[in-house]
Design a protein around this ligand. Structure first.
Ligand SMILES: N[C@@H]1[C@@H](O)[C@H](O)[C@@H](COP(=O)(O)O)O[C@@H]1O
Length: 261
């Protein structure tokens, strides 16, 4: 696992957008797994700026979803499908045909989850999966004690996650669904490169447990330690709990530039 400490969220967004640009230069039809929440927005802003300025050709990129609420009406602005279309697909100049996501309104949710895992495999697998992290260490919607081998499936949100996400639902927790579909931890680990961005003091404890704690289902993001190419990008505030922060800084400063992330 590589840990990169950046001065602020914008620098993290720029660094990761550059890594995505490098990927698209190597593989124009790369499948990019995207995360929702506030944290990845600087990545999408930086990447769409590169596309607009002609620095990146994203016209053949493919985008896929990490997770989804169950039961929100089709077209609900806070469904993750709507969110990803609005925040990523449209700003990159792509259409819905470039987009893959699970059906949160399927009559048979189990079948929809299996179909999504199959669709990701049929698409050749995820090349780069962006991740945020919940305050409890969740990735996607894999709450604490999710199996580290889990595949895409339905999960029940913790009260804390529903409280955290109520800000997207008029601060009304009753509007936050209890159930979600999420790529499993095993599904996430199938991606070729995992890039987790965490910013702000509220994530410091989860980041320390992810990077320096034991691999444990109690901290789902700690599964990144099992991946051969995982990058954790944190701002100074989110890095505050890292005992090895100076080591991570020195290592990244000495890294050959050609290696990228
Ligand atoms: N399912 C999403 C996660 O993918 C995201 O990482 C998390 C943190 O969001 P934020 O970045 O807004 O703190 O929120 C939700 O739970």
């Amino acid at each position: 696992m590589e840990v990169v400490i950046v001065p602020d969220a914008a620098a993290g967004g720029e660094l990761i957008a550059t890594a995505i640009a490098d990927l698209l230069a190597r593989k124009p039809d790369a499948l990019l797994g995207v995360a929702t929440g506030s944290t990845p927005l600087p990545i999408y802003t930086a990447l769409s700026a590169k596309v607009r300025s002609g620095g990146v050709d994203a016209s053949r990129a493919r985008i896929c979803q990490l997770d989804e609420y169950v039961g929100l009406p089709a077209g609900h602005p806070e469904s993750y499908r709507s969110t990803v279309l609005r925040e990523v697909v449209e700003p990159l100049g792509l259409g819905e045909s470039s987009f893959l996501g699970p059906d949160g309104n399927a009559a048979d949710i189990t079948a929809a989850c299996e179909a999504y895992d199959q669709a990701l495999a049929d698409a050749g697998g995820v090349d780069l999966q962006l991740l945020g992290i919940g305050t409890d260490g969740h990735i996607g919607f894999n709450e604490p004690c999710s199996s580290l081998a889990s595949r895409t499936r339905i999960k029940t949100l913790t009260e804390q996650t529903r409280v955290d996400n109520a800000r997207f639902f008029d601060d009304d927790i009753d509007q936050v669904p209890h159930h979600v579909i999420t790529q499993g931890i095993g599904t996430i680990l199938d991606a070729r490169h995992l890039v987790l961005l965490a910013t702000g003091a509220g994530k410091a404890e989860a980041v320390a447990a992810t990077v320096e704690g034991p691999v444990s289902a109690l901290v789902p993001a700690s599964a990144l330690q099992l991946h051969r190419h995982a990058t954790v990008v944190v701002d100074e505030a989110a890095a505050a709990g890292l005992k090895l922060a100076d080591y991570f800084r020195a290592t990244y400063a000495a890294k050959p530039h050609w290696q990228g992330l």
